[in-house]
Write a protein that binds this ligand. Structure first.
Ligand code: NDP
Length: 224
């Protein structure tokens, strides 16, 4: 069955790799981004629709998204766009903390809110979060903005799983692993294609029995 799949932050990294993989399995992909890339443009020949100027942190970005997706019934919504900044007690920066909250927490929530009526009953939402948002797993401290924004995304995602259960919309909450993308300066254990492949597999298998569950892309259930 061909699904309509919407992905935010699809111009590079894990989002780009997911766009390629969903398209390769026959889904219709709407690749949202602020600005496209050569790699994303190359996917248009296989039917991927590239939608630019979608900054998930801005009201205009959300409006542009709604305009571009008018009439599209969404089967799978992947909230992938995110940023990583760095703060600790010595380099304290409230601006970057707020910025991460806007992009990593409120961004995905605004996207879901805006598209809720276009999501098909029985559809799926995938939140790309991070194990750094796990309170139980915080063994090294620091990174205030990123950790708080992803922990807040996690609890918002659980609320969504409850709020959308009556429509049988399942919400998957995924940590991709430590992935070799720009976000981590190319360091990481696995390439974006591998992380994306695992996440696409988890999304394909996602159903209501696993809604609201926080998982590593390797399938392990993670502690909050
Ligand atoms: P990248 O930095 O490679 O890609 C981030 C993507 O998010 C880019 O497409 C970027 O677009 C987009 N983005 C950033 N800000 C906005 C915004 N305001 N509006 C719309 N799009 C935006 O990182 P990854 O691919 O690694 O990250 C993808 C997700 O995976 C993120 O949510 C991240 O937190 C998460 N993650 C990644 C890990 C890793 O090890 N890489 C580990 C744990 C979680 P643009 O090019 O315009 O900046």
């Amino acid at each position: 069955m061909t699904n309509n799949v919407v992905i935010t932050g699809a111009n590079r990294g894990i989002g780009l790799a997911m766009a390629q993989l969903f398209s390769a399995q026959g889904d219709k992909v709407y690749a949202l981004c602020r600005q496209s890339s050569n790699d994303l443009d190359a996917l248009t020949s296989s039917g991927v629709e590239v939608i630019e100027n979608i900054d998930v942190a801005t009201d205009i970005g959300i409006k542009m998204m709604l305009r571009a997706l008018a009439g599209v019934a969404v089967d799978v919504l992947v909230c992938n766009a995110g940023i990583l900044r760095d703060e600790n007690l010595l380099s304290f920066n409230l601006d970057t903390m707020r910025e991460q909250f806007e992009v990593n927490t409120l961004g995905p929530l605004k996207v879901v809110h805006a598209l809720q009526m276009q999501l098909n009953d029985g559809g799926k939402i995938a939140m790309i979060t991070s194990r750094m948002g796990s309170i139980a797993d915080n063994g090294s401290g620091g990174r205030f903005g990123y950790r708080m924004s992803k922990a807040a995304l996690n609890i918002a995602s659980v609320s969504l799983s409850k709020d959308l259960a009556h429509r049988e919309i399942a919400v998957g909450i995924y940590h991709p692993g430590y992935v070799q993308t720009d976000m981590v300066g190319g360091r990481g254990d696995i390439p974006a294609e591998e992380a994306a492949g695992r996440i696409v597999g988890l999304i394909n298998a996602l159903d209501m029995s696993e809604t609201g569950v926080f998982k590593h892309s390797n399938g392990e259930v993670l502690p909050w």
